[in-house]
Design a protein around this ligand. Structure first.
Ligand SMILES: Cc1cc2nc3c(=O)[nH]c(=O)nc-3n(C[C@H](O)[C@H](O)[C@H](O)COP(=O)(O)OP(=O)(O)OC[C@H]3O[C@@H](n4cnc5c(N)ncnc54)[C@H](O)[C@@H]3O)c2cc1C
Length: 556
């Protein structure tokens, strides 16, 4: 498969834009299965990125040099081969590439579509400008190509988004490819709809914005949630959000955690160290309300805001789009969208209306939870799990003096470490756990993501993190779907269904062991957990599970 990459990240600027304005080149390459392209240690083969510590000369030695260098900082967002015969001969067999922008450069080199000639199945010769005119005489952008797609009648087509291209539509031409036919934004005139502004919906809007796609996001709650179910952001999420700037903001206020310590009745039993699982990012503690606030800030900087107090009350779809009824307290609106992302949580109305089952099983007992003032009886940079009679207790420091405590036992506060002196209780709740995955994630032009598509025990702190991953992959697939390749939405469904099924199954097994019921499991975990944290393949699998690094992020 050929790919054109904005140096590995969908949402410009890429982290490598910080090196130099003429580095690192975007590239086009034939992707070799399981091939290693250097990230994050090197670029374009053996060019080491000096900022990544510790360095990995062993991996860099095997880094593959991509086939063809494109301009630097241009965010190559689309690639389409001309396999048709409608275009002139000099555009036969090669690839059209959309160069979206020109980040951090004085001399603007992007904002155009280029053609790369091919011979014998390989790129050959310089890239040629094909569609230009995105910049006015003051070098201000009037539009940005966000993708390039093949069509049945015109060989290639430039999807765009309404806001940026409204003014440029009049002047952009197909550069002689189709005579004087005016550029037509086609399907991209419509705005995708996201339902729900939890972390999944917010992240999806942000990733889409990074790809140049503006969406509409509706949320029935009037104000952002002030309570925080999730407390842990994993390295995978930090990696995905890096190019949006949110990672930097999270790291500024979050606290790192480096390990989980397991106890039997608060006597140390085993430890799982994961501090260096990711070469760049730690695992961190940040209340979900703050993570959501930082996502909202990043969206606000891109002039995108959820519409609050608006509920999706019904919808239907046909081959070309989704008709949604949006309801305020005093009015309603019919809105047609090319795609709908249901990020509407565990009790998803969209999932229910589509009749999609949530397959899996539930645990019978209630899991009480409280955020409790405590005199920091345990190490602040570890999560703590104590196996107690008939269940388990989990403790994590939210900030010095305030701890998250939950478990699957009655009388939770009677099972704290012996030296703990509990103070006031802040938020307290009780929840039931099920480990379940939607039977499928896509129906037509509607996709499910986040808790709408998977619910599971908070044992490995994956729910919000997995939802943000869904959002990332959705943005890639939605970008292609909006460009005319609607089948890419099914790719999203297939890719994520596999991931959801595998991750939830692993969490389910771990939860069944950790909860210690029935009694023999309580005995088994005493032996199994020390083994799982010391025997290397098991230890590695555990580390990957809790850090979110247990699978590659696939977009195709
Ligand atoms: C105790 C506990 C601890 C957890 N800890 C972690 C952790 O450490 N790390 C982690 O990654 N995850 C954790 N999770 C899971 C995490 O909280 C969820 O996975 C995450 O909130 C899911 O995000 P979401 O955006 O998919 O859904 P939600 O956060 O549920 O957001 C859905 C949104 O959709 C809105 N909505 C619903 N229906 C409509 C409609 N019809 N119209 C308009 N709006 C609608 C809702 O108002 C809501 O705001 C934990 C969960 C629990 C219970």
């Amino acid at each position: 498969m050929w790919l054109a990459r904005p140096c590995l990240h969908i949402a410009p600027p890429s982290p490598r834009d910080e090196l130099r304005p003429d580095l690192v080149p975007d590239y086009m390459t034939f992707v070799k299965e399981a091939g290693f392209y250097g990230w994050p240690y090197s670029y374009f083969g053996q060019h080491v990125d000096p900022r990544v510590q510790p360095q990995r000369a062993d991996l860099v030695a095997s880094a593959i040099v991509p086939d063809y260098a494109l301009s630097s900082h241009v965010a190559s967002l689309g690639l389409a081969f001309n396999t048709g015969t409608d275009l002139p001969d000099n555009y036969r067999g090669g690839a059209f590439i959309g160069e979206h922008v020109s980040w951090n450069r004085e001399v603007l080199n992007g904002y155009k579509v280029v053609y790369v000639p091919f011979s014998d199945g390989k790129p050959s010769g310089m890239a040629q400008d094909v569609v230009t005119g995105f910049l006015n005489s003051d070098n201000q952008a009037r539009g940005r190509p966000v993708g390039v797609a093949s069509t049945s009648h015109a060989a290639v087509r430039l999807p765009t988004r309404r806001e940026r291209c409204a003014s440029s539509r009049r002047s952009l031409r197909w550069a002689g490819l189709e005579g004087d036919r005016n550029f037509d934004g086609g399907q991209m005139e419509q705005v995708p709809l996201i339902v729900g502004s939890g972390p999944t919906g917010l992240a999806a809007a942000l990733f889409l914005a990074g790809a140049g796609i503006r969406c509409r996001i509706v949320e029935r709650g009037l104000t952002p949630s002030s309570t925080s179910r999730a407390q842990v952001v994993n390295p995978r999420t930090l990696e995905l959000l890096e190019s949006t700037g949110v990672t930097k903001a999270i790291l500024t206020e979050a606290r790192p955690i480096h390990r989980v310590v397991f106890y039997e009745q608060w006597e140390p039993l085993a430890e799982l160290e994961f501090g260096h699982a990711h070469p760049q990012f730690p695992m961190v503690v940040l209340p979900q309300a703050r993570s959501e606030a930082l996502l909202l800030d990043a969206l606000a900087a891109r002039e995108i805001e959820p519409e609050r107090g608006v509920e999706l009350t019904s919808f239907s779809q046909d081959d070309d789009g989704v008709d949604a009824v949006l309801t305020w307290t005093d009015r309603s609106e019919d809105f047609r969208a090319p795609l709908l992302l249901a990020a509407d949580g565990a009790h998803s109305k969209v999932r229910e209306t589509l009749g999609i089952g949530l397959e899996g099983s539930d645990f019978p007992e209630a899991w009480p939870l409280c955020d409790l003032e405590l005199d920091d009886p345990l190490d602040l940079e570890s999560a703590h799990v104590s196996f107690v009679k008939g269940g388990m207790v989990f403790m994590l420091c939210i900030r010095p003096g305030l701890w998250r405590v939950f478990g699957n036992i009655d009388g939770l506060l009677a099972c704290l470490p012996p030296n703990a002196k509990p103070g006031a209780i802040g938020w307290q709740s009780s929840f039931h756990i099920g480990d379940r995955v939607a039977a499928h994630e896509v129906v037509g032009r509607i996709a499910l993501a986040g808790d709408a598509a998977h619910v599971h025990a908070p044992v490995a702190a994956r729910g919000m993190n997995l939802g943000i991953e869904d959002a990332f992959v959705f943005a890639y697939c939605a970008m292609d779907a909006l460009g005319g390749d609607v089948g890419r939405l099914n790719d999203f469904g297939n890719i994520r269904h596999d991931v959801h099924t595998q991750v939830v199954s692993r969490i389910d097994k771990l939860t069944r062991l950790a909860r210690g019921r029935p009694g023999f499991v309580g005995l088994l975990r005493r032996i199994a957990v020390p083994a799982m944290t010391t025997i290397w393949p098991l230890r590695k699998a555990m580390i990957q599970l809790v850090t979110g690094l247990d699978h590659e992020i696939r977009i195709a």
